[in-house]
Design a protein around this ligand. Structure first.
Ligand code: C2E
Ligand code: CA
Ligand code: CA
Ligand code: CA
Length: 278
């Protein structure tokens, strides 16, 4: 037993060393990536349940490294948060997504642009000023921007988070809660959040057809949102069965592979041609 324990330990330290090496490799690569413009953004359509029209887009960051290949944001965003580069990277995404939304608007495609915001960005005292400046410089009305926040933004300092949301709300910017249901959220806090939409996490949506517990959770989220005057969007919708259950339940909006994967800007514009708002 002792022997097994020791080899297990060795395996464990090796895994940690490998993880640390990869982390360091990504930190160094991220610094260069910003300068060399290795990032681009894909846009995933968001549709209304009622008419199936395109109502929004979520901006999702993509990183194509010349040697390491495509690296998932699920891997590199936490690294960027650890080393502080998330501030520069987040500002880059915000500016380019806002610019894209303004260009589409000029071409007659009006939609709400959703941008993911890291909790680290959210804690910057100058965030509302930064958002206002980018909207002004790029020429987009505040109401065309939706910031996607996770429940985690309020963990550090709830009163501060609520104050920042109030300022952004006064500026006319929309906010939604991303991955809703997975975080640690107090309903009492939710009441004070200036959000207008809850994004139901895909981990619940995945099994709504087969799992009674996930069904109960999603039904409860939709009911609660309705009672609080909030909209709901289901993420990760992949099947017709999920769609019809969500429709019966009264979910307002949809996003997922059933409709479209996240697309490069040009492909998104082509998709939009077929799903123009009425
Ligand atoms: P998220 O904000 O929850 O984004 C939704 C993720 O689900 C995206 O993964 C999207 O491609 C994927 N997805 C969409 N529809 C489906 C579906 O029907 N089935 C399945 N299985 N997946 C679907 P992606 O693009 O890999 O992004 C992963 C996460 O990385 C995001 O999760 C978000 O937390 C983070 N992220 C991406 N871009 C940014 C960014 O610009 N800033 C920040 N702070 N985080 C970002
Ligand atoms: Ca999101
Ligand atoms: Ca999400
Ligand atoms: Ca997520």
């Amino acid at each position: 037993a002792k022997k097994a324990g020791r080899s297990c330990f060795r395996f464990y330290t090796t895994a940690i060393q490998e993880k640390a090496a990869r982390h360091l490799q990504l930190v160094n690569a991220l610094r260069v990536a910003l300068e060399q413009q290795q990032f681009h953004i894909h846009y995933q359509p968001q549709l209304s349940m009622a008419g199936g029209q395109l109502v929004g887009a979520e901006a999702l960051l993509r990183w194509e490294h010349p040697e390491l290949g495509n690296i998932s944001p699920a891997e590199f965003i936490p690294v960027a948060e650890d080393c502080g580069l998330i501030l520069q990277l987040g500002e880059w995404v915000l500016r380019h997504a806002v610019r894209q939304a303004r260009q589409w608007r000029e071409q007659g495609l009006a939609l709400v642009m959703g941008v993911n915001l890291s909790a680290v960005q959210f804690r910057q005292p100058d965030l509302p000023a930064l958002v206002a400046r980018i909207l002004q410089e790029e020429g987009l009305p505040a109401s065309a921007l939706e910031l996607e926040l996770t429940e985690g933004v309020a963990m550090y300092d709830p009163q501060q988070a609520i104050a920042v949301m109030n300022v952004l709300h006064e500026q006319g910017v929309r906010m939604s809660i991303d991955d809703f249901g997975t975080g640690y959220s107090s309903l009492n806090l939710l009441k004070q959040f200036r959000v207008y939409k809850l994004k139901i996490d895909q981990s619940f949506v995945r099994d709504i057809v087969t799992d009674p517990e996930d069904r109960a959770i999603v039904a409860a989220i939709i009911d609660m949102a309705e009672n609080l005057g909030l909209l709901t969007i289901a993420e990760g919708v992949e099947t017709e069965e999920q769609l019809s259950w969500l429709r019966a339940q009264g979910c307002d909006e949809l996003q997922g592979y059933l409709f479209s994967r996240p697309l490069p800007a040009a492909a998104f514009a082509a998709y939009a041609q077929q799903h123009q708002p009425a």
